[in-house]
Design a protein around this ligand. Structure first.
Ligand SMILES: [Ca+2]
Length: 286
């Protein structure tokens, strides 16, 4: 029996598919519309151009961090109890009916992190109905399943020594000329660092391209935030895209347009040999 298994292994070499997954992001155009997005300009512990706001200041510790994604400084936010949220806020002039990409880099030890935008008129009154788009950053530490039942690789921002970009793609409405950007900590104890906030005009959508040296059996694109438990666990939420290409298909591409504008996707490719390949966008970086 052992001999036969060994012979089979020799006669039938494993034929693993070679799969590559490329992501072409939206193309940013023009200047950063946020002032001091890199938090380099700080006076008396507060970043110029931003206003820190919370209903319970005692719940927070807000300090300048020398651990920066870029430059020399970033802003560290410690949410002590999770009893309240707190945000750095800045408003920016925008053009109606244009596409924008908001990017904020987060490096977090723990907590739930929220970046959201509202729209207001030039006189400061919020639009009615309100415009509200948001992107959450979530960290495995502090989750009751981590690290025994939950692979930290499956949570964005789960590695405390890596930076994660929080990406929010939005389109302004016909009446919209002013966006209010809020970058902060949601209702959870946590310790995180923010750097490099930018708001820019953008063209095109995120495009995912798959190439394989075998036929593609299926390609699925998920919202990573709705799928925190890894490939072998029950998935939460339907895929954004699910396709079963016809036989003979070895390349595939599609625009990925998450309904809420938050871009954080995982792609699952299954090839004819039954092998799964996973890819993610955006990537975390050191
Ligand atoms: Ca910086």
């Amino acid at each position: 029996m052992w001999l036969r298994a060994a012979l089979l292994a020799v006669l039938i070499p494993p034929a693993f598919a070679v799969v590559t997954v490329h992501f072409d992001p939206p193309v940013e155009e023009g200047p950063n519309l946020l002032a001091n997005g890199g938090f380099e300009d700080v006076a008396a512990g507060q970043p110029a151009g931003w206003r820190w706001g919370t209903a319970t200041p005692d719940n927070f510790e807000v300090t300048v961090s020398g651990t920066a994604h870029d430059g020399q400084r970033a802003m560290r936010v410690v949410n002590r109890t999770g009893s309240m949220s707190g945000y750095f806020t800045q408003s920016a002039s925008v053009q109606p009916e244009r596409d924008y990409l908001l990017t904020v880099w987060l490096r977090a030890e723990a907590g739930t992190w929220l970046t959201f935008v509202r729209a207001e008129r030039d006189d400061g009154v919020q639009l009615d109905p309100p415009f509200d788009q948001r992107v959450y950053g979530r960290v495995a530490r502090g989750n009751e399943l981590f690290p025994v039942f939950l692979d930290p690789a499956w949570l964005p921002g789960s590695k405390p020594d890596l930076w994660t970009p929080l990406l929010l793609r939005l389109r302004t409405t016909p009446s919209m000329t002013r966006l209010v950007v809020n970058v902060g900590s949601y209702f959870a104890p946590g310790d995180g660092i923010y750097d490099d906030a930018s708001l820019r005009l953008v063209k095109g959508d995120l495009t995912c391209r798959v190439e394989a040296d075998q036929d593609l059996r299926s390609v699925e694109v998920f919202d990573a935030f709705l799928m925190p438990y890894g490939p072998e666990q029950p998935r939460i939420g339907a895929p954004l895209i699910a396709t079963k290409p016809p036989p003979g298909t070895r390349t595939w591409s599609a625009k990925v347009v998450p309904p809420g504008g938050a871009i954080r996707v995982r792609v699952r490719v299954v090839t004819a040999d039954g092998r799964e390949t996973w890819a993610r966008y955006p990537e975390e970086v050191e």
